[in-house]
Design a protein around this ligand. Structure first.
Ligand code: ADP
Ligand code: MG
Length: 495
């Protein structure tokens, strides 16, 4: 294919500067690409008297790939229809290339924007090519039969969407993914500059979803097509779109890059669902994991503990006792802090949560695997930003260690990034009369996990000299923690 940067999709002829569909001058190679702009300006829309969009204000540049997200009923489909000009706002306006959409004819609009609705019905006995040719109506005169140009534009659109082999198949015999390709080809046959798609991949299997989204990405990147699509799946939105608009009850809640919009706080506030947002290590894009243990998404959890919120015990949280580790025994209430990382604390965290022990962990980088375990178990975390050295968060660590009944350090490797945790433990020990810190693993294994040129080893030794216990494994640490609790309980009884 020899298509270079084009104004919208030029399907006909060489592909560069075919017949223009708007009033601007035809494009020549080297011409600056005109900035197609969609300006949604203070749009309010109501069905009868029910307002479903309020004061929506956004601007979409040429070549943007915008994902519109939001819970069911937040107005995503309605916004798309308002942008397409199918619905007229009761206040505000939509300008496309400076022209108000509701003041342009349906046919003119269709030459600039193509709309693919949510779950379009295609149960009529047309072939795929017939369906794609329907996209040409906006270029045809009334009652005119299709011209050779229409036919070649339709075929070109099918090539682009890799659906040419389906041309003579009845549309109602196609799979979901195939049908969606044909419908996108119909949209492309309009030779639009802007593609509006309402949940284009919902109900498709994963490979068809990825196929359709890769097609949209190619149209966007290689052909500078502006894409505005409603996404049901936040991870697909993050992976494919350049910008995300999050709607909440008809209002713009957030608008910006995926990383700016798809935050835990925004998702919690808009979807009323607690989510964990992580960053893909190589792509740097946010991805969202919904918490499967979440029962009452709006309730405060012990995660808030480290940041001063209220706490819940594991019993409140319906966590299964893990692997039966001493689960039949009586476990007194106490506060335990864990210093771990990289998955070294997973077993301990599960056991403590299963016994309903009020536990905190940290300092951990956001995204660390122990951080994820802690979050899923509703354990409070003192957290540091992802992939950065631990900094002033250790001040909180020192306080928590001094307040805790006991602190356990798991067999975590130490590097310059998490060395401050060990240093904070040492300074906490310097400030307390009783060493209430235990270390899992032994001194001898430390050299293999010391990436600080011996600094960590020397602080570790210092901790042992100051009276920290060594535990050979997690179970030994748990045994000791229990005795600490029992001692505490008996002291309380004696009073
Ligand atoms: P979304 O696409 O985000 O799920 P919609 O834009 O479809 O939301 O709907 C927004 C609100 O408008 C919903 O409460 C919905 O019930 C209502 N609504 C949608 N279409 C119509 C209609 N044709 N007539 C009346 N109300 C509608
Ligand atoms: Mg919808």
């Amino acid at each position: 294919m020899s298509l270079g940067p084009v104004h919208g999709i030029r399907i006909e002829g060489t592909g560069i500067g075919g017949t223009r569909v708007d009033s601007e001058s035809p494009g020549n190679p080297g011409d600056p690409i005109p900035m197609v702009k969609v300006r949604v300006h203070g749009v309010t829309f109501a069905y009868a008297s029910r307002k479903v969009l309020s004061g929506v204000d956004i601007e979409i540049q040429k070549g943007d790939f915008l994902a519109v997200v939001g819970p069911n009923g937040s107005g995503k489909s309605t916004l798309l229809k308002v942008i397409s000009g199918a619905l007229r706002p009761i206040a505000g306006s939509v300008l496309v290339n400076g022209k108000e959409v509701t003041r342009t004819s349906h046919k003119t609009r269709a030459q600039v924007m193509a709309f693919l609705g949510q779950m379009e019905h295609t149960d009529f006995p047309f072939t795929a090519l017939d369906v794609v040719l329907l996209g040409r109506y906006c270029h045809q005169k009334r009652f005119q039969k299709e011209t050779p140009r229409d036919l070649s534009a339709a075929r070109r659109a099918m090539e682009l969407t890799q659906s040419s082999h389906l041309a003579s198949r009845p549309i109602d015999s196609l799979s979901g993914g195939e049908r969606q390709r044909v419908l996108i080809a119909r949209a492309l046959a309009q030779e639009p500059e802007i593609l509006l798609l309402d949940e284009p991949t919902t109900f498709l299997d994963i490979s068809s979803q990825v196929g359709i989204l890769n097609l949209l990405k190619r149209l966007n990147e290689d052909y500078h097509m502006t894409i505005i699509a409603v996404f049901h799946d936040l991870n697909l939105a993050s992976g494919y779109a350049r910008k995300v608009l999050m709607l909440d009850a008809g209002r713009v809640y957030a608008f910006g890059s995926p990383a700016e919009v798809l935050t835990e706080r925004n998702i919690q506030n808009v979807y009323k669902t607690r989510a964990i947002v992580q960053y893909h290590p190589t792509l740097g894009l946010p991805y969202v994991v919904f918490d499967p243990t979440e029962e009452n998404p709006t309730a405060p959890t012990s995660h808030d503990k480290a940041t001063g919120g209220t706490t819940e015990t594991a019993e409140d949280l319906h966590i299964d006792p893990c692997g039966g580790i001493r689960s039949k025994q009586y476990w007194p209430q106490m506060r335990i802090h864990v210093v771990g990382g990289g998955g070294t604390a997973t077993e301990l965290l599960h056991a403590l949560a299963a016994h309903g022990i009020n536990t905190t962990i940290g300092v951990l980088n956001i995204g660390d695997s122990d951080w994820m375990t802690a979050r899923s178990l509703k354990i409070g975390v003192i957290e540091a930003p992802p992939f950065s050295p631990i900094g002033r968060e250790v001040e909180r660590l020192e306080e928590v260690v001094l307040e805790a009944d006991y602190t356990v350090v798991t067999e975590v490797p130490f590097g310059p990034g998490n060395l401050p945790n060990l240093l904070a433990l040492r300074s906490a020990l310097e400030r307390s009369a009783m060493p209430k810190v235990g270390l899992i693993g032994d001194e001898n294994t430390l050299s293999g996990r010391d990436w600080t040129e011996g600094l960590a080893t020397s602080v570790y030794r210092d901790l042992i000299t100051r009276g920290c216990r060594l535990f050979p494994d997690t179970n030994a640490a748990l045994d000791y923690i229990r005795t600490v609790g029992l001692r505490k309980a008996s002291r309380h009884c004696a009073i």
